[in-house]
Ligand binder design. Sequence first.
Ligand code: PHE
Length: 352
Amino acid sequence: MSQSENLQTKLSELKAQALLKMSEAASSPALYNIKVEFLGKNGLLTEIMKEMGKLSKEEKPLFGKLVNEVKTALESKYDETELVLKKSELDLKMAAEELDLTLPGYPSGRGSEHPVGKVIHNIAQIMGRLGYSLRQGPLIEKDYYNFEALNIPADHPARDMQDTFFIDKTHVLRTHTSPIQIHSLESETPPLKIIGVGSVFRCDSDISHLPQFHQIEGMYVDRKVSMSDLKGTIGFFVREFFGPGLKTRFRPSFFPFTEPSAEIDCTCPICKGKGQSNNIGCSLCKSSGWIEIGGCGLINPKVFAHANVEYPKWQGFAFGFGIERMAIIKYGIEDIRLFPENDVRFLRQFES
Ligand code: PHE
């Protein structure tokens, strides 16, 4: 047998063997291994081609053509076999992973409103019945709105009452919601009944203070507004919010933006003013029977002047409460830091 005939026989044997093996392949990875064995870089076909050097110049191209034909035939056999195998493999997989659409889903816990949000909505709802509507303002305030326009000039000692976070020389994180009063006086025309609400910031943190907390602010501006209007409004609010039968009292106090000013106390909602519950001293009101809930007063004419509102044609009152403090009193919470921690065991107790 000539070299050429010898190689041709080897080639057709290789072809037959490869075709047989491919048709018997049990899986697509097995099929791939067969492809590598025969057609791979170091495969059997390459081995045969290495022997081409032994052929004559005339025989080489002829044999090369034969090799290419075998290669193409094996590749197309591979492709069609792969298609069939992959399809049956996919069918098997689909059958094994059948979805049962009737299975129940995973239960997802239902969220509830944060107690701070609850108090805000509750207050807004009560005051809404008296005709007050909500306003918000920027958290970063100009010094002017947080202090100056509220009659707290630079170097005024009242600035020390509020441990201020400064952004730069003229901007602060608002230390109270009172700047909302100024924004409203500047942009709206009296008569006004507004509730300003939102986060406020003070450089302070312990069991009863947070560096970020919430306030709610009420402002009423009309032609004739007196301390008794204020007292009546606060009394109504306290009874609606904490419960019927509670009394309120005003203690003289000082705020630069109100004159006269008062601190608001109400009957302790825990001991109902008795100073003790279950024969032990009430820890919330420290046995005094009264609890401080906020500040208030008649709007200082200097504030009206800053906002270009004519006084005494227009007069008004304002009051402010700390939301977390209201929640502490209403729900009997011991540590103010529970509010921002968002421990679900704490929050779950406020689900309604
Ligand atoms: N802004 C005051 C504070 O943060 C509360 C207040 C509001 C007092 C409105 C009087 C009138 O302490």
